[in-house]
Design a protein around this ligand. Structure first.
Ligand code: MN
Length: 288
C-alpha cells in the first residue's frame, strides 16, 4: 500500500498513477491528551487503519498525482536518524573531496567509528515542498537515500527481528551544508530532510537490501546505486539504533548515500527514483 499526505494534511492512497483521498480514516485515531505520546499517531495505528483506507479508497474519486503537493508521509516523527558513510564508493569520494570530510579534519572515518547522527524534526518536508537553500554562499549537497520508517516501539532488538518493526519505506534526501561544524547542525536546516513522495508499506518490500536508486540534477544522473552496496544493511542499522535509542512509530532512518553527492543551487530540479517506491521531483529554491 502506498500512503501519502498531501495539500492541507489530506491523507491519500496511491494506486497506479492516481490518488484516492482517505482522510476520513483519521477520525478513527484515538483522541489524545497532553502530554501526547512520542511518535506519529497515523503510523502507530497504521495496521488497524489499512483496511479502512482500502475501503475509503474504493469509494473515493481518483485524482492525478500531478495535481497535489506531497508533504512528508510522516507528519510527526519522534526523531530522524542518519547513517553516515554507508557506501564504500561514497567513503572513497569523501577522501578525494576534502570539502565533504572537512568536519573530520579531511579524514573520512569508518561508519563504525562515527556512529549514527540525528537531524532536527523541524527540517522535514515532503517532496512537493522542495528545498530552500540557506546560506547561499556555502555549498549545499544532495544525498539520495533509502528512507526507513519505524512502525512499532522497540528497543534492544536483534538484527533478525529488526525488519518486523518497519512500517514502510520512502525516498529520502539528507541535504547538507558542507563545512566544519557538527554534522547535525549542518543537516538540520529547514527543508534539509525530505521524505516521500509516499510511504510504501513494508509488506510490499520484503528485501530492502536490494533496491536500485538514483538521483539526477536537471536531467543529469549524479547518483546511482543499489542498497545491496550498503556497508551496514538495513536490519543491522535498526538494531544498532535501537541499542542506543528507543525507536517510536514514525521514527525515520536515512540509511546513507552512495557516491556522486554534489552541490545544488536555486533553480535546480532533482529527480529521485527508488525501486519499489517510485519517482519524485524535488525543486531547489533560494531563501524567500
Ligand atoms: Mn546521508
Amino acid at each position: 500500500m502506498k500512503i501519502c499526505r498531501f495539500d492541507d494534511d489530506r491523507i491519500g492512497l496511491v494506486r497506479a498513477d492516481v490518488i484516492h483521498d482517505v482522510t476520513a480514516v483519521l477520525d478513527r485515531l484515538p483522541p489524545l491528551r497532553y502530554p501526547v505520546p512520542l511518535g506519529d499517531q497515523l503510523i502507530a495505528h497504521l495496521a488497524e487503519l489499512m483496511p479502512h483506507m482500502e475501503a475509503a479508497a474504493n469509494a473515493a474519486q481518483p485524482r492525478p498525482l500531478g495535481s497535489v503537493c506531497f508533504k512528508s508521509p510522516v507528519a510527526n516523527p519522534g526523531k530522524i536518524i542518519g547513517t553516515p558513510a554507508n557506501y564504500r564508493a561514497h567513503v572513497e569520494e569523501a577522501k578525494r573531496d576534502a570539502e565533504i570530510s572537512v568536519h573530520s579534519g579531511g579524514k573520512a572515518r569508518a561508519i563504525e567509528e562515527m556512529g549514527l547522527f540525528l537531524k532536527a524534526n523541524s527540517s522535514l518536508v515532503g517532496t512537493g515542498e522542495g528545498i530552500e537553500i540557506r546560506h547561499a554562499d556555502r555549498r549545499t549537497d544532495h544525498e539520495a537515500e533509502l528512507g526507513v520508517v519505524i512502525g512499532r516501539t522497540c528497543v534492544d532488538i536483534s538484527e533478525d527481528e529488526a525488519l518486523d518493526y518497519v512500517a514502510g519505506y520512502a525516498i529520502a534526501l539528507d541535504m547538507v551544508v558542507r563545512g566544519k561544524e557538527d554534522r547535525s547542525f549542518r543537516k538540520s536546516l529547514d527543508t534539509y530532510a525530505v521524505l516521500g513522495p509516499w510511504l510504501v508499506t513494508a509488506d510490499e518490500i520484503p528485501n530492502p537490501d536490494s533496491l536500485d536508486f538514483s538521483l539526477a540534477v536537471n536531467g543529469e544522473v549524479r547518483q546511482a546505486t543499489n542498497t545491496r552496496d550498503m556497508i551496514i544493511p538495513v536490519a543491522k542499522q535498526i538494531a544498532w539504533a535501537a541499542s542506543f535509542y528507543t525507536l517510536h512509530p514514525g521514527d525515520i532512518i536515512m540509511t546513507g548515500t552512495c557516491d556522486g553527492v554534489g552541490p545544488v543551487r536555486p533553480g535546480d530540479s532533482m529527480t529521485v527514483t527508488l525501486e519499489g517506491v517510485g519517482s519524485a521531483v524535488v525543486a531547489v529554491r533560494g531563501r524567500q
